[in-house]
Design a protein around this ligand. Structure first.
Ligand code: B3K
Ligand code: ZN
Length: 892
């Protein structure tokens, strides 16, 4: 179905480029009020093209001159409009030279060349390069770049770009020049430039073929003590990619630069990764364990892009998941190998079920390979990244590790240096394995979360157990009917004596997932049955082990079944999932009791399972911490939205009551485990210590929520903490549960101690934005006027406003609508400053159909936004799609 919105781009309209650019020479003259860019493009028309005009994309550029083969064109020979330069006639082969002036100092959108503090830096993906010079700014035009940068030596002693440094020299008494050359042809989105006064940490890596690579992390001088972990992570990632994928690094140097103002986590520019400072800088004093893990995984992710993204790139932006889904899969495998595989899986599944499933059920739902868009930046989504990674993971499960590796080798070999499609990736996997993935391709083209309804039957006399699986997928915008998916359903059967060995058959294969072998059923029809013979007693099915597919699963477990899985299943994910399901059952029952005015009590089975978990120190402490964490309010709202709408206040009230009651019932166990888990060695961000701190701080949080007397314990922990994980956990417990004076005092103390560290100030903003008390909104408003808060800095916006809208549901969804108005006014302002951040911030409003009693107010806020003049395409797309009539039909 064609979308009527002006400016919509369709995948089916893709045409190969009419011209290629073999060489791109860029010359930057940087100064304090502007930059002048001279680009020389060696251009050839493709043989099958007859038209002799040339259209180059360009935005916010002041064209100073344009030459073809050295001759300056007159005004009649070209046309310039808001987003392009059209040259009426060009020869089949020629050199185009454009001189443009740009104003990085005024670039608040942080796309193209911009300023961050005293630095010049760039961000070109997806379409930022056209804000630097006129170009064929599309990923299937790949060129060899040479970059000359001139700048004042005193302010900008360091001048960086992609590839290798060729030459540096002094131009006059104040200015100097650096020339960089990148031998690998690349699309413009991988171009990068940095100029500034930076210090660096240096290390080396010896590749499998014995080449020495020089590694540098460039930061401000004051941050030199925060680079060690990123550097170690980088070396681990480089080694891992050699060992697991046979991929070696291909330049002699690899540089990373940290910048304070950045729209996302980091960017994989060839040889010059640019990072949001929050994703590269860390030390135990200022960074939590989660922060350390984030740095490791993002450093690895960007590094892995060197092959999955840079050497083999995307043909067009609809293929984004080709590089992002695959790279997220790869970084997930890496993190899993470096830490706790079960916990990694739980975290991924939790993110997917809470946020990606919501996206897939809402007005912005789109396939992993979208078919149309207005603004491509709106498609850097959980669906493209996380669901895309799950799709690759399912291929891995269906093929097995060895065939998958043959497939990835073939893919890299076949397409090295090319710009390709998701289809090319799947075909390489098929060709290398002999597995037919025809039907599997539906995962790329169909949006929505598939649902599995599972029923079982046990025939005692025949000792036969039958599982019947039905699949369906709710309609999504533009897609009402969906043919069945291929769903690998990893499972096991839990008998009285433990896990049963299952025989293999054509439809029931034994596959290694993580480091365990599971039976995997290939579900590929709307309804099918799987028969297991020789089963001695009615078993409890353990389903979707390792979260083997991104689906919703319904099977009617009794609470005793859930307890059995929690205690005895061999798969960590299923144990966690059973704990979640049991908690959800209990919460639902409590909700009904509150609504009907009955006294509220909790099922003793949940308490006793908790006692067992807390007292079994043979279990991975990180997994126990996850199992003790109740489903978040956001996830509970997502589930409730499917049953007639979420009541945010009830969810909050009931969840709080359960925390309190559980905390009280198992207080002694929590306290003794809290004591046992203390660490008396120096801080290390390793899996074992992270696990201990995670469980210990979970215990602290329950203790404090169950009894104010434990605020002293939290205060003591806050004062004695030798690392940010323990300090901020204590701060959070006090901020959420302490009386006003205690809370305000400790928040002020924290601020005074850490105000000099911007990354810590953001964590301080984040804690406050999430406090669920009734002063939350005014607190957030006050913080927006705080000297530390700058609407131009994306990290500040995410920490304060993003956290408020996403992690403080009772306040964002206040019954007077003030939370929505706050978000609406920030989005309105950001629409002018930074459209990418504005449209991302707005996403919680797109779920307006999910909230009971709030729909009208949320929609009204979207309508107010829609009526704003000068909406950016980014915000326009989200607002207009959220308001369109055809809400996906709901399955209740
Ligand atoms: N490829 C970049 C994301 C660019 C986002 C542009 N809006 C980072 C990453 O996924 O590695
Ligand atoms: Zn990426």
């Amino acid at each position: 179905m064609r979308d009527d919105n002006p400016g919509t781009i369709h995948l089916e309209d893709y045409r190969p480029p009419a011209y290629q650019i073999s060489r791109t020479d860029l010359h930057f003259e940087l100064s304090e009020d502007c930059a002048v860019v001279t680009s020389t493009l060696q251009l050839q028309r493709e043989e099958d093209q007859s038209k002799d005009s040339l259209q180059l994309q360009g935005e916010q550029l002041e064209l100073l001159s344009v030459k073809v083969d050295g001759r300056e064109l007159t005004g009649e020979e070209y046309r310039v409009d808001d987003d392009a330069l059209l040259i009426h006639t060009v020869p089949v082969r020629c050199a185009i030279e454009c001189r443009t002036r740009i104003r990085p100092q005024e670039n608040t959108a942080l796309s193209g060349l911009y300023r961050s503090g005293g630095l010049f830096c760039t961000q070109c993906e997806a379409e930022g390069f056209r804000r630097i010079t006129y170009y064929l700014d599309r990923p299937d035009v790949m060129s060899v770049f040479t970059v000359t940068v001139d700048a004042e030596q005193r302010r900008y002693p360091v001048l960086l770009s992609n590839g290798n440094l060729k030459e540096t020299f002094v131009l006059d008494e104040s200015r100097h020049r650096a020339i960089w050359h990148d031998p690998h042809p690349k699309p413009a989105y991988l171009f990068a430039l940095v100029a500034g006064d930076l210090a660096y940490v240096e290390d080396h890596f010896r590749t499998a073929s014995h080449r020495d690579i020089r590694l540098r992390i460039y930061v401000e001088e004051k941050d030199l003590d925060k680079c060690g972990h990123a550097m170690e992570s980088l070396k681990r990632a480089m080694r891992w990619d050699e060992e697991v994928y046979g991929r070696e690094y291909d330049l002699d140097i690899f540089n990373i630069v940290a910048v304070d103002d950045f729209n996302m986590g980091a960017m994989e520019n060839k040889g010059l990764n640019i990072f949001n400072a929050s994703c590269v800088l860390c030390n135990p004093e200022v960074t939590t364990d989660a922060g350390f893990q984030r740095v490791e995984s993002i450093v690895a992710h960007e590094y892995f892009h060197n092959w999955s993204g840079n050497r083999v790139t995307c043909r067009d932006w609809f293929q984004l998941s080709l590089k992002e889904g695959f790279t997220v899969f790869r970084d997930g495998q890496f993190s899993s190998d470096m830490g706790s595989p079960t916990v990694k899986r739980i975290e991924d599944a939790n993110l997917l079920r809470t946020a990606q499933f919501a996206e897939d059920a809402g007005p912005m739902a789109h396939p992993v390979r979208p078919e149309s868009c207005i603004e491509i930046n709106n498609f850097y989504t959980l669906t493209v990244y996380e669901k895309g990674a799950e799709v690759v993971r399912m291929i891995h499960t269906l093929l097995g590790a060895e065939s998958f590796r043959r497939g990835s080798d073939l893919y890299f070999e076949r397409h090295d240096g090319q710009a390709v499609t998701c289809e090319d990736f799947v075909r390489a996997m098929e060709d290398a394995s002999g597995v037919d993935l025809t039907q599997f391709r539906n995962w790329y083209s169909q949006a929505g979360t598939p649902e599995l309804d599972i029923n079982d039957e046990y025939d005692a006399s025949a000792r036969r157990y039958t599982l019947t699986v039905e699949q369906s997928c709710p309609p999504t915008p533009g897609q009402s009917e969906k043919p069945p998916f291929v769903i690998p359903l990893a499972m096991g059967l839990l008998g009285r004596e433990g896990n049963l060995a299952l025989p293999s058959s054509e439809r029931i294969r034994q596959t290694e997932i993580g480091n365990k072998t599971h039976a995997v059923l290939t579900v590929d029809r709307l309804r099918q049955s799987f028969i297991f013979e020789g089963i001695p007693d009615r078993p409890v099915p353990s389903l979707l082990r390792g979260f083997s597919a991104p689906v919703r699963l319904r099977y009617h477990y009794s609470r005793d079944d859930l307890c059995a899985l929690m205690r005895g299943d061999s798969d960590g994910f299923v144990r966690w999932d059973a704990a979640q399901s049991l908690a959800i059952e209990v919460l639902t029952e409590m909700g009904q009791q509150v609504v009907s005015g009955e006294s509220v009590d909790i099922d003793a089975r949940l308490t006793s399972a908790w006692v067992d978990l807390l007292n079994d120190d043979s279990l991975d402490a990180a997994m126990v911490a996850e199992m003790l964490r109740l489903p978040s309010e956001e996830y509970l709202a997502e589930l409730a939205s499917r049953r007639g709408g979420a009541d945010v206040d009830l969810i909050h009230q009931v969840r709080d009551a359960l925390c309190l009651q559980l905390g009280r019932s198992v207080q002694g166990d929590l306290l003794s485990r809290y004591g046992d888990l203390a660490i008396d060695r120096p801080y290390k961000p390793d899996a074992q210590q992270i696990a201990r701190r995670s469980l210990r701080n979970t215990c602290l949080s329950y203790l404090v929520s169950s009894d104010a007397a434990f605020l002293d314990l939290a205060t003591e922990q806050y004062r004695a903490a030798s690392n940010m994980t323990d300090r901020i956990s204590a701060l959070r417990a006090i901020a959420f549960h302490g009386e006003d004076d205690l809370r305000d005092g400790i928040l002020e103390n924290f601020y005074q101690n850490w105000r000099h560290e911007v990354l810590v100030v953001n964590q301080w903003l984040q804690v406050q934005a999430a406090i669920p008390d009734d002063q939350a909104l005014s607190r957030v408003e006050a913080l927006m006027s705080h000297a530390e808060f700058d609407l131009h800095n994306p990290n500040n916006v995410r920490a304060l406003v993003g956290t408020f809208a996403n992690q403080n549901p009772v306040n964002f969804h206040r019954s007077d609508g003030a939370g929505y108005r706050l978000l609406g006014s920030v989005v309105t302002e950001l629409n002018r400053i930074n459209p990418q951040i504005a449209s991302r911030l707005l996403l919680p409003l797109t779920r307006w159909r999910n909230y009971r009693g709030r729909k009208d107010m949320m929609r009204a806020e979207l309508e107010r936004l829609a009526a704003q003049p000068d909406l950016s395409p980014d915000v326009f797309e989200i607002v207009s799609k959220s308001l369109r009539e055809s809400a996906p039909a709901r399955m209740n």
